[in-house]
Write a protein that binds this ligand. Sequence first.
Ligand code: NAD
Length: 428
Amino acid sequence: MAVKKTQTEPQNELTKLDKLSAYEMVNYYFEQAANKLNLPEEYRVAMKGTYRELKVQLLLRMDSGELKEFTGFRVQHNAARGPYKGGIRFHQDVDQDEVRALASLMTWKNAIVDIPFGGAKGGIAVKARELSPRELQGITRIYTRKIDLCLGPHKDIPAPDVNTNATVMGWFMDEYGRRRGYSPACVTGKPLELGGSEGREQATGRGCLFVTQDACEDSGIDIRDCAVAVQGFGNVGSNYALFMDEQGAKVVAISDVSGGVYDKEGIHIKKAMAYAKKNGSLEGFMPNNRISNEELIELECDILCPAALGGVITLENADRVKAKIIVEAANHPITPGGDEILNDKGIVVIPDILANAGGVTVSYFEWTQNLQQLHWEEEFVNNELHKKMSKAYRRVQSKSKQYGVSMRIGAFILALERVFDAMKMRGI
Ligand code: NAD
């Protein structure tokens, strides 16, 4: 690891790391991988920078009659390996730096699972859960029109992310199609009726399962002996919990924005999913077993899956993490300072750019089906996903062994090599 704790400057370096912005964090890992590859400086500049950043004003007439202003972003990072691809997030914390970081992560993620896309990300700074369905549809359509100039099935293809789902993607496709004609491949994560793919909804959680299985096999751990804690019970977290439960693991803790629940005997995941669907969150579920989101991170368990927001494992709490394996379902849930501590403790971290790549992989399958006007069966989709995820896991493992680095840096090395090769072959 680049930063080693010594007696004289123990925490200072790590403290600095935890203060990096999201984009700086990504580039901190980028630099470690680039150093291992002896990547020339001019290529580092070219590969770290973003190609295009849009910031747009969104004016929405609220149900109350008030005209409100929101800000939307679309950042295109690198398209050496194919059209820009990345989700759209509706959340009050969305800002340009985070979108830039997430766009860059998409470039590396798509390269790791070896799908023909570059990286992009978008978002709107808005409290999505406070919008009515009419307001949500309205802001989606305005945003689509505002960023329309850089979109297209062969240019930039959005997808769902936090607080956006298949319904939102359906509106997106409709709005895009009003100007450009029927183009289902302009966006992925759509409802099945509009050209969505079988298996897309559960793909990210399923992809996390596949890499967990590979990591358990490598560590000589039987999944059926594992206690699992999952933070975030949305699309990714709830499906991951369900799949782990189906594999015979004991899911002992789950949580969402309302807090969490813990039962060392295991939680009935299907009941929890039904409860969250009916009530909008886990609030009130198993009221005698409540824990906080902070407590969940530090629980006695074998596998910890942060599947909500970024920056939940830091310099402050990493030392108290007891899991043997961490599956980063969320994007950048661990700060670089936290990552150093986890590495020192010998905890296996399956990095976000590998672990949560299942969603974009099935998005790629959806795009492929749309372009060919074909429909694949779910079993076929899941099998292809399994092949892609396990192949990527093995390649990342082999890079981390070859260079003597963590899986995160191994993943960056693999991604950088692939993007670098593509840029060179294009004559950049
Ligand atoms: P989602 O909106 O469906 O669910 C998010 C969950 O996190 C909800 O249960 C919410 O209550 C919970 N949450 C929000 N704030 C929280 C907080 N402060 N503490 C604890 N829980 C909180 O989103 P999702 O699609 O499941 O995405 C979750 C994460 O996975 C995000 O980081 C996203 O970027 C990442 N991701 C998603 C996909 C995908 O295909 N959906 C793909 C790759 C990565």
